[in-house]
Ligand binder design. Structure first.
Ligand code: PLP
Length: 411
């Protein structure tokens, strides 16, 4: 097939989506249901599937997938160095787009494989000494907790995990708790912007301000914020931030971003040094050489970044928060206990609730088998329960169906 015809087929769904999103009257206002219903039509989700698990993996739209696949097919049909020459400039273009979405400088962006890799790169790269302290939270993901603990065991660092009350009492309580935990030996605080455990949004900027005044490195896990919230890294008061493209960004699987502030990046050793690594690589590029990668995936990341720009990050945030709020409000009318805070400053797109510890597995299975409602769950422990994470491809009708399904299993 001629290259131009292939390109047309690959970009056709993207161009159709772009035109439709631009033409929809009223635009991406949070309450403009016809816009979001139309947008839903561009996601190749199975009919009847109620997909409420963006906190784990969010599907990519057809336009994004097709742009990625177009490049993948092109790569495999001609893997010559000549044909792959396009990926070096594309990588830089993607870096610029990711930086723009995150309100950062392109030199502060490393393209990784996921949040876990970004956080581990940071943990392994910091030059800490025996006895140095790291403050983390009990509700951090394992990649931001166990990874610190394992390294600490090897190097003699001291890790202190702070307990989390949920629902949280207030922003001030969390900030005070962290401020009190810092000692003259504290070198790093490992935070989570929005936790996957209860959906708590942490006051990372406020904690970061206190920590950075004490020269404590602030690392933020942004797996549950990038693509859901209009993340502004230049205002966040963090030194590093890691996220994935396959969650709320609705991008390709197995890609991510590690942001490291320009004035701090020289303090991070690269963990994996491969062909192409040079001491004079600029900024966070020093942290991203990992041998041959799936170059075509860059096209998928770029398409996902273009998609977020097209709908507008502020509009996406407003819609995600509106969906989460609507779901929470409706769930609170049922016999369930919502672990997630209701206040916007302490919550985002993830909602966790309990229908009773003994019921978790049964209710999770029933929601899937009877209602095709795909969510996540925590089988036991204090934060046991069912986790719902609706995203912009979920319509209000989906939300109604999900609440009706929940009602049916708990009544
Ligand atoms: C808060 C948080 N951090 C990190 C991760 C790990 O993400 P990934 O598997 O993309 O590295 C997850 C996954 O759910 C998460 O929720």
């Amino acid at each position: 097939m001629a290259a131009s015809r292939r390109a047309f087929l690959g970009f056709g769904s993207w161009l159709a989506m772009q035109a439709a999103l631009r033409a929809e009257p009223g635009g991406p206002q949070p309450g403009n249901e016809s816009y979001w219903r139309m947008l839903r039509g561009h996601f190749p989700l199975e009919d009847g599937l109620l997909y409420f698990n963006a906190a784990n993996i969010a599907p990519a739209s057809r336009g994004v997938l097709d742009r990625y696949h177009l490049y993948l097919r092109d790569f495999e049909s001609n893997p010559s160095f000549q044909n792959r020459g396009k990926y070096d400039p594309m990588r830089e273009q993607v870096r610029v787009k990711l930086a723009r979405l995150l309100h950062a400088d392109p030199d502060e962006i490393a393209i990784t494989r996921n949040t876990s890799e970004g956080t581990n790169t940071l943990i392994n790269g910091l030059d800490l000494k025996p006895g140095d302290e790291i403050v983390i939270s009990e509700h951090n993901h394992q990649s931001n907790n166990e990874a610190w603990t394992v390294r600490a065991r090897r190097h003699g660092w001291v890790v202190r995990a702070l307990p989390v009350s949920f629902p949280a009492r207030s922003v001030d309580q969390i900030v005070d708790q962290h401020a009190k935990a810092f000692t003259p030996r504290t070198r790093v605080v490992g935070l989570t912007h929005v936790t996957n455990v209860t959906g708590l949004r942490m006051p990372v900027r406020e904690i970061g301000e206190i920590a950075r005044r004490r020269n404590i490195w602030v690392h933020v896990d942004g797996a549950q914020s990038f693509g859901a919230l209009n993340v502004n890294l230049s205002a966040m008061q963090c030194d590093s931030y890691a996220t994935s493209t396959h969650k709320w960004m609705m991008g390709p699987l197995e890609a991510g971003v590690l942001f490291v502030r320009k004035d701090r990046v020289s303090q991070v050793w690269p963990s994996i040094v491969t062909a192409g690594w040079k001491d004079d690589l600029k900024g966070a590029r020093r942290l991203e050489n990992l041998g041959q990668r799936d170059d075509a995936r860059l096209a998928g990341i770029e398409a996902a970044a273009d998609f977020l720009e097209l709908a507008g990050m502020a509009n996406i945030e407003a819609r995600v928060l509106a969906l989460a709020r609507a779901f929470q409000d409706r769930a609170r009318e049922l016999p369930v206990k919502v672990w997630t805070n209701r206040e916007t400053e302490l919550s985002a797109g993830v909602i966790k609730l309990s229908t009773g510890e003994a019921n978790v597995k049964a209710h999770y299975d029933l929601l899937w088998k009877r209602h095709r409602l795909a969510i996540s769950s925590t089988a036991s422990g204090p934060a046991h329960g069912l986790r719902f994470s609706p995203h912009i491809y979920n319509t209000m009708e989906d939300l109604d169906r999900a609440v009706r399904a929940l009602k049916a299993v708990v009544s």
